[in-house]
Design a protein around this ligand. Sequence first.
Ligand SMILES: C[S@@+](CC[C@H](N)C(=O)[O-])C[C@H]1O[C@@H](n2cnc3c(N)ncnc32)[C@H](O)[C@@H]1O
Length: 236
Amino acid sequence: MHHYRIVALLMSKNKLYKFGQLATFPNVYQNHRMDDDFVTDYRGEAIDIKGKWDEHHFQNGNPITLELACGGGEYTLGLARMYPNRNFVGIDIKGARIWKGARVAVAESLDNVAFCRMRIDHITKFFTPGEVAEIWITFPDPFLKKERRRLTSPMFIPRYREVLQPGAKINLKTDDPTLYEYTLEIIESENLILEYHNDDIYANELPLPELGIQTFYEAMHLENKKTIKYVRFRLD
Ligand SMILES: C[S@@+](CC[C@H](N)C(=O)[O-])C[C@H]1O[C@@H](n2cnc3c(N)ncnc32)[C@H](O)[C@@H]1O
């Protein structure tokens, strides 16, 4: 058998193992089919989670922050450790990545963490107006040729507006200069409120401690000597 076929076989076995385990984690909810407006929990039960994240999962009345494009969920975990009186939901479409973060949260008994495998495009199907207190978008794909798909595009902003509490903050951390500049332009053209921006956060002392949390992708970008950028804005 060719080497690449062996690698492919091992990878898919590994992924299958992760997907199987993912379905058993009590902190994971999955939207298996895009047309469904429910998520499936670890008991295999279909849950209408919209507006019920607290009632169904956290049961503590604390505010909920989302990490969009969470990948392995490093920000979700880091923020949850830093802020035990807040709740965090990591969102990504890739199950094998979410598996990483969910597994750590279970091992560390981080009860203020959940993960949801879904398309960010469908955020309004799973969160009700005012259910979200803050959003972090961490190293999203910059989609250099497809502006519409960027997570700070006018396609996504109205969806965030629908679920966020008034005055809530959106944080973007990226290595990509195009996405950084684009986001600043959108903030201006959509009349959003720019609170803070910095095109090289490590050049000086960090303006807030949570900016020091580093993700899997950030570590790669730092290795490649890229500068890390940060924008914080509000919608109203
Ligand atoms: C470059 S990775 C960054 C992952 C992580 N935040 C990090 O910094 O290591 C971007 C992630 O966004 C996810 N993603 C991109 N578009 C998405 C969408 N529309 N819905 C859900 N996930 C999406 C991908 O699956 C991928 O895991």
